[in-house]
Design a protein around this ligand. Structure first.
Ligand SMILES: C[S@@+](CC[C@H](N)C(=O)[O-])C[C@H]1O[C@@H](n2cnc3c(N)ncnc32)[C@H](O)[C@@H]1O
Length: 387
């Protein structure tokens, strides 16, 4: 998955796109994301950043780091929405984009042209490691980054979890089963996750490493991680006995990782419990956990919708991000804070979950498996978003 997505020459996200009609993300691409649909998410993030700015006492600079910005549309919407923000935020704003792919960076430059060259405003880094420790006072956020990290695949055979390795040869690829590495075994142990025979799933170890690095980079402020995913209890529960690994090509989904290698996207849903637990161990406290619908409504989506013509195309586009049977509920928002008291955030005003649903202590076992497991539902929409 690492090579298929990020090989320096042939990787899906890295290889250059010669003409825009071949774009990866967007209506004519393989899948679309929130910012292809409507600017409402970028605006909501900007509003949440303004509230955070007040909590932090209007620091100069107020740093926003966006990691994995794709085409840069969310950054464009965020920066546009900050133009007339209170307390001269746009003057103090330093927006850093972290993107490992040069061809994605080129797209970001294109969409952010109006902001480039203005002193201190927009800057790029290739790697998270390039962000000095404790250098961020402000907001670190990502949308659909963690699902794009390479995952390890597991299968439970004769009651024992095995890792699935891939052997490449002239005729293609073969899967080989091997005992779990220490890190994968520790992941299952720490999360108190036990899986029944025949179960297949994924584990994202890169996400844990990433969370630790993000915690290190933060001085004061918030980390907001938006992605499709679940609590560990749901991700490793009976409804997902075949895992959540999925490939995206030309607005269709497939479970076959070995076709169109380098030409299709690959993703897996995010374990938010593991992110919250790792963050906590590294100094990030959980501020709250919600879904995209509640996040957007908390930040004024309803009032915004009321200002639109009810039958207009824009109205339907904005509604699309809120739909409880679609992006509104599949996408989750994990908010963590560091170097500040727990803030009361508008984005977390509405709580779709009860109590400490993330259960970061792993106290109760993630084991709800019964013989009546339902298999995973698949997407049938003609245009597909991730998730
Ligand atoms: C699915 S796209 C998300 C795009 C965008 N955030 C959006 O909402 O449209 C994933 C992005 O993360 C980038 N990415 C993946 N791993 C990364 C890493 N380790 N460092 C920086 N960028 C990364 C990819 O190149 C791509 O731009």
């Amino acid at each position: 998955m690492e090579l298929a997505l990020y090989h320096p020459q042939y990787g899906y996200y890295v290889r250059p796109v010669e003409n825009p009609a071949q774009e990866r993300i967007g209506w004519s691409g393989d899948f679309y994301t929130s910012s292809d649909v409507h600017p409402i998410l970028g605006r909501a993030l900007a509003k949440q950043a303004q509230q955070l700015d007040a909590y932090l006492g209007h620091p100069d600079p107020f740093t926003v780091v966006e990691m994995g910005p794709g085409k840069g549309l969310l950054a464009r919407d965020f920066l546009t929405a900050c133009r007339n923000a209170p307390a001269n935020l746009s003057e103090r704003l330093r927006y850093i984009l972290i993107e490992r792919s040069a061809s994605m960076r080129a797209l970001q430059h294109h969409h952010l042209a109006p902001w480039i060259g203005r002193a201190g405003h927009v800057a790029w880094l290739d790697r998270l490691e390039d962000l000095p420790p404790a250098s961020v006072t402000g907001l670190f956020f990502s949308n659909e980054l963690v699902d794009a990290f390479p995952v390890h695949r597991l299968a439970v055979i004769n009651g024992r979890p095995q890792e699935i390795y891939v052997d490449a040869h002239d005729n293609g690829f073969t899967e080989i089963h091997r005992p779990l590495s220490d890190d994968l075994a520790a992941y299952l142990r720490e999360g108190n996750i036990s899986l029944p025979d025949g179960y297949r799933t994924e584990i994202n170890l890169t996400a844990l490493q990433w969370m630790k690095q993000v915690a290190q980079a933060m001085a004061r402020g918030l980390v907001m991680t938006i992605d499709y995913g679940h609590t560990a209890e749901d991700l490793y529960g009976p409804e997902r006995k075949n895992g959540t690994f999925l490939c995206y090509y030309s607005q269709t989904t497939s479970e076959d990782a070995y076709e169109r290698v380098g030409e299709q996207d690959m993703t897996a849903h995010v374990d938010f419990t593991a992110l919250a637990r790792t963050g906590q161990q590294a100094g990030l406290d959980v501020t709250g956990f919600t879904n995209q619908m509640s996040f957007l409504i908390g930040l004024g989506a309803e009032q915004f919708l009321e200002s639109l013509e009810p039958e207009s195309a824009e109205f339907y586009a904005a509604i699309h991000l809120l739909r409880p049977e679609g992006m509104g509920r599949t996408f989750k928002v994990l908010v963590q804070h560091k170097g500040m008291d727990k803030p009361e955030l508008d984005g977390l005003k509405f709580k779709p979950f009860f109590g400490s649903i993330l259960n970061t202590s792993g106290a109760s076992s993630v084991n709800r498996h019964t013989p009546a497991d339902a298999s995973r539902t698949t997407l049938h929409d003609s245009q597909v978003c991730h998730g």
